[in-house]
Design a protein around this ligand. Structure first.
Ligand SMILES: *[C@@H]1O[C@H](CO)[C@@H](O)[C@H](O)[C@H]1NC(C)=O
Ligand SMILES: *[C@@H]1O[C@H](CO)[C@@H](O)[C@H](O)[C@H]1NC(C)=O
Ligand SMILES: *[C@@H]1O[C@H](CO)[C@@H](O)[C@H](O)[C@H]1NC(C)=O
Ligand SMILES: *[C@@H]1O[C@H](CO)[C@@H](O)[C@H](O)[C@H]1NC(C)=O
Ligand SMILES: *[C@@H]1O[C@H](CO)[C@@H](O)[C@H](O)[C@H]1NC(C)=O
Ligand SMILES: *[C@@H]1O[C@H](CO)[C@@H](O)[C@H](O)[C@H]1NC(C)=O
Ligand SMILES: *[C@@H]1O[C@H](CO)[C@@H](O)[C@H](O)[C@H]1NC(C)=O
Length: 380
């Protein structure tokens, strides 16, 4: 299906490129009916970059196990997708991931209890035994995709069900007529992949901004895209540029993605929301064997939602971010204001009266939330 790919928003980031060597593995990369995946075994993508299997996030107490996808060829265990986030496996002995006819991908434990399934309504035929009717493959992109053998229909794919991570090639839906907006949802802790309180995604009221939420409260708001369509203008020929873009896809779908103008699978990058509520774009530094953050939100207190309260503004020009009142306003809570509690905001010094009051231009400010977009108007 041809896609109109129109970028209307982009953030440019620069980094130096590093190329890690590729491992070629003999492991299989797909799951077929009758050959379930059991603990100790993994599916490995063709190029060796990603592995799918069972893992425990805890190094000390190995009590909880999960089925997930991680980078296969870097020394730091970095999980990018988890199937059974809220239903850990406690007895690993006979756990398995298998292809079943009715629900497709099924993760079950020793007692045959179903911990997770791909919940696909399309039944696949598993007989006669000689023909493979469906196959789930871990692709080089880290997409775990279940294809039916009739017309190679995609029955299910992990890319449609993001955990806390967005990888190049993935789409995070920010608007669609029929389907809901997608979110990245943080882990609950270092050793706990269950859905945490922080989530990241588009403002349901405007595709022009994204939010990080702390539960249902806004925690951080992105800058507002205030200009018109940018058509690939952000691309340079330097392959170390990383972009974040908003695209218009088929069926009026609008989605967000991260990537590099030149596809380089050897440069590992990912966007993640961590359990402290930060969204980071990280790249793997193979020299230092660490993930380096190239972009982070919120980067400082001024990026936190409503940090300075009503009629306050955040000044990040000095050594530390601080709140100030707009001209003509004073703090509501003087004591709080001097001790760094700004949430009460500011109030007007004098009541408004006719005449003598006007509008003030405030340069370098972010467009406030709940803005109304007036299209195609001149400044006047
Ligand atoms: C890694 O080290 C090599 C050799 O010192 C250097 O050329 C390259 O730029 C370094 N890569 C990164 C990502 O720092
Ligand atoms: C499976 O899908 C049905 C209908 O789409 C939904 O009601 C149900 O909650 C889903 N179950 C799981 C385990 O996701
Ligand atoms: C497979 O594709 C052919 C040709 O496009 C179509 O006629 C047929 O109905 C498809 N089969 C299924 C099961 O979708
Ligand atoms: C998230 O919300 C909780 C409850 O409202 C609050 O205690 C916590 O400080 C918030 N976290 C951040 C990082 O703002
Ligand atoms: C989350 O990201 C922020 C910003 O990069 C970082 O300071 C913090 O340590 C991270 N938290 C965790 C739990 O990794
Ligand atoms: C930030 O500080 C610089 C130098 O002190 C000054 O020129 C500039 O006007 C300040 N910007 C704002 C927005 O206050
Ligand atoms: C925008 O305004 C210009 C000039 O007034 C006009 O020529 C143009 O047709 C307008 N475009 C739309 C989409 O309304």
């Amino acid at each position: 299906m041809p896609m109109r790919s129109v970028s209307i928003y982009a953030i440019l980031l620069f980094l130096s490129c590093s190329f890690s060597s590729m491992h070629l593995c003999a492991s299989r990369n797909s799951l077929v009916p009758g050959k379930p995946l059991s603990p100790g075994n993994t599916l490995v993508s063709d190029d060796g970059t990603f592995a799918l299997g069972f893992f425990s996030p805890s190094k000390s107490t190995k009590k909880h196990y999960y089925l997930g996808i991680w980078y296969n060829n870097i020394p730091q265990h970095t999980v990018v997708w988890v199937a059974n986030r809220a239903a850990p496996i406690s007895d690993l002995s006979s756990a398995m991931l298998a292809l079943h006819s009715s629900t497709n991908l099924v993760l079950s434990d020793a007692n045959g209890r179903v911990l997770w399934n791909s919940n696909n309504s399309i039944a696949i035929s598993l007989s006669p035994a000689t023909t493979v009717s469906a196959e789930a493959t871990l692709e080089n992109t880290r997409n775990f995709i279940l294809l039916g053998n009739v017309n190679h229909t995609t029955l299910w794919q992990s890319f449609d069900h993001p955990s806390d991570t967005l990888l190049p090639g993935m789409k995070l839906r920010i608007s669609h007529k029929m389907h809901p907006i997608q979110h990245l949802i943080s882990w609950n802790g270092l050793q706990d992949p269950s859905p945490g309180v922080f989530s990241y995604g588009a403002d349901p009221n405007s595709i022009l901004q994204q939010f990080i939420w702390n539960g249902t409260r806004p925690h951080c708001r992105s800058p507002v895209w205030t200009s018109y369509v940018l058509l690939g203008g952000y691309m340079d020929n330097h392959h170390s540029t990383i972009y974040m873009a908003v695209h218009r896809g088929a069926d009026d779908e609008v989605y967000m993605s991260i990537g590099m103008p030149i596809d380089s699978l050897s440069l590992l990058i990912r966007m993640e929301i961590n359990y402290s509520g930060n969204v980071n774009i990280l790249s793997w530094d193979s020299n230092m064997s660490v993930w380096t953050s190239l972009y982070t939100q919120p980067a400082h207190k001024c990026n936190e939602y409503d940090y300075c309260g009503p009629y306050g503004y955040c000044d990040n020009n000095g050594t530390a971010p601080t709140c100030k009142c707009l001209d003509g306003f004073e703090p509501n809570d003087d004591e709080g204001w001097v001790s760094g509690r700004f949430s009460q905001g500011c109030r007007q010094k004098m009541a408004l009266r006719c005449g003598g009051h006007g509008f003030l231009t405030l340069p370098h400010m972010k467009v406030p939330d709940h803005f109304i977009l007036l299209r195609n108007r001149s400044f006047d």
